[in-house]
Design a protein around this ligand. Sequence first.
Ligand code: ANZ
Ligand code: ZN
Length: 854
Amino acid sequence: DERYNVKETEAKWQRVWEDRRCFEVGEDPSRPKYYVLEMFPYPSGRIHMGHVRNYTLGDVVARYKRAKGFNVLHPMGWDAFGLPAENAAIQNKVHPAKWTRENIAAMREQLKSMGLSYDWRREVATCEPEYYRHEQKMFLDFLKAGLVYRKESWVNWDPEENTVLANEQVIDGRGWRSGALVEKRLLSQWFLKITAYAQDLLDSLSTLERWPERVRLMQENWIGRSEGARLMFDLAGRSDQLEVFTTRPDTLFGAKFVAIAANHPLAAELAAGNPALAAFIAECNRMGTSEAAIETAEKKGLDTGLKAVHPFDPAWTLPVYVANFVLMDYGSGAIFGCPAHDQRDLDFANKYGLGYTQVVEPAADKDAAVAALAKGEAYTGDGTAINSNFLDGLSVDAAKSEAIARIETQGRGERTINYRLRDWGVSRQRYWGCPIPIIHCDCCGVVPVPESDLPVRLPEDVTFDKPGNPLDRHPTWKHVTCPKCGKPARRETDTFDTFFESSWYFARFTSPDRSDVAFDKAAADYWMGVDQYIGGIEHAVLHLLYSRFFTRALKECGYLNVKEPFAGLLTQGMICHETYKSAEGQWLYPTEVTDGPGGGLVHVETGAPVSGGRSEKMSKSKKNVVDPAGIIDGYGADTARLFMLSDSPPERDLDWTESGIDGAWRYVNRLWRMVMTADLPPVGSAMPELGAEAVKARRLVHKTVVQVGEDLERFHFNKAVARIREMTNGLAEIPGNAMGGGWVLREGLEAAARLIGPMMPHLAEEMWAALGGAGLLAEASWPVADTSLLVEDSVTVAVQVNGKLRATIELPKDADSALAEQTALAQPQVISAMSGKVPRKVVVVPNRIVNVVV
Ligand code: ANZ
Ligand code: ZN
């Protein structure tokens, strides 16, 4: 009994595809283009199951679209800058460049063993100057276009990694990688003006019809548009004013205090003569700046002693606090607090005995609002203004407008829109990143590196023996002469946030060989935007929003003609696997666990009881990771690919199971054996006369061709797999002596090879060759069904007697009324329901119903 030789077969076809350059593409205006892209990996060293799923999904789309006649661009590259390389350098004394390049080489081989249909000529690695030189130029162009600025700003400082973190990299007040408590520091940073596009980024979300609703919603929340007012408070005894941002100017008559951020300039000024305040500010600075950190921290404040004058009543003053829940980089870093209608304000007022005045009354349930307030719950709903002078009786909306109108006539402020979105700080105090092309001169200040001096190469002769940035310590690299005045000057030693590289790589793939420009304009015009982007949901706001911004900025600077980089987006679910714990709470590898004699789970060696079995996201810490290399080595790429596709829809989490992999493996072998053992007529023989069984099988084949096509269009890969299995089961059931059975079996197996082509390309190619198919399957077109075979030839018709269902009958489609009536009246259940009576009337609704009235 011959076995399918996976290793040899898969390697063979990978070689053939490469030799024949099947997946290399160029611009071809005569064919519709299709650009499919998976999020490129960080070269950590080995691929993991998430990669296998991601790239399998992309490859199915790429191969399917190719078969459908599209000119398909399907590239792959490496998101190669970033912290792990530097950490490896520190821990293992290996240079980040060496570590990264070796990892890339290893992972490239792993990806190649998966049989992915990439145009490998287009491979890019973002850590190479051939790549990053272009983003240095982009940065200089953005600078000229006014999309870049430098600002002293408070940053999240990770004390362990010695670097600035983006707000998004701070999770619950801790560094996203190190887990260290984040501090605040003041540093000069480069910023990209993503906020200039806030409204457009928001408005255009509705045009992204092929994006998951969930991702669009996350971006909408991230951009966080708020309508409200800017309003100036006079300060008693001072000539300056304090600006606040409010979305509830209708509640001004309920104001009890004003509060400013710890980093507000006014706070710094007052702290100079107030040690208690200085200490409080220092305490606030130890807290993370993320919204989550602020949300969860206890609300605290300190009265500055300063008084703010109420804008609608000069005799009314409010205490001015410094409060830890006021963010410096939102609105103006100052608020007025209305405790009755904002929970934070109420908590704060209750803590410091500031009281509250209700100024909005709900239409119904007035007492409930009063009672809730007494219990410490603010009323934040709609209603009518009360206790509010000239606003009394107005709805919340009308009162907002009226209050703003009053503020505007007083010249104290105006209606305004605020976004939660902040500008993107791109400076990182790290070595392994793209150098920011800037020179600092004592005479001239900040001077851009002249374009003719690009790229600013990252020096590789650096050491990691001390904490901090090796570029700072490099003996020569940073010392340059000022391009403007020629005096000694210093290079900027900060590098770009690595999200910089991933914000434009998709466009670089359109012309990676151009060294003079970032993209060949014609190529970018032909290929962009990406028709289908596939990756993890964890990038819903960061990478995907930065890329949308970057594309807009590139368009503004004349690089590109599109503003949305990704027309379609598919976010894949996670790979989960069972987890186990010992009685002591230690994670155990699934291989350490077995069924105990008493029925429960026990440790294989010690026999100690074990708990668990729950499926959770694969992670090293939980010891439930399965290395794809072992699976591909043992079962082959096709089996791994099939399993990734067959179990769940791509957006959903997928449970890794031994039995699932086993099932996929058995199916691979079964298909191969079917082809090898089938007794088939020669390829291309004319269709003989078919008996009923052959006709039935043939219908199934053609129906499956249509349905699998529809499934793949909708990314319902698991359904497609199930239908193909159903079809091959049907083919296996054709009796050996069925008239024309062999011919239909050949047609069915040829169809099977072509349908599994996108999913299990090696096996498909092997089957295709064995069946004597012409050329390579990788280059063959998608099968076309004979639609005449799809027409259902019989219909099920209901038979009612006096309105009650008595029977169902099978009739030829569009049978005439006489046949329908005759068949209906012959049914035993119908005869008995008529109890010997003669029908008064028989109504036939063709293909639907026969109604007998007695
Ligand atoms: C007074 C008021 C009364 C407010 C009331 C709310 C309810 P969104 O919707 O997120 O834009 N705020 C303004 N700037 C702030 C800052 N830098 N840090 C913390 N909070 C700030 O929230 C806008 C509201 O958040 C503003 O409206 C302000 O409080 C507060 F019954 O003004 B409000
Ligand atoms: Zn100078």
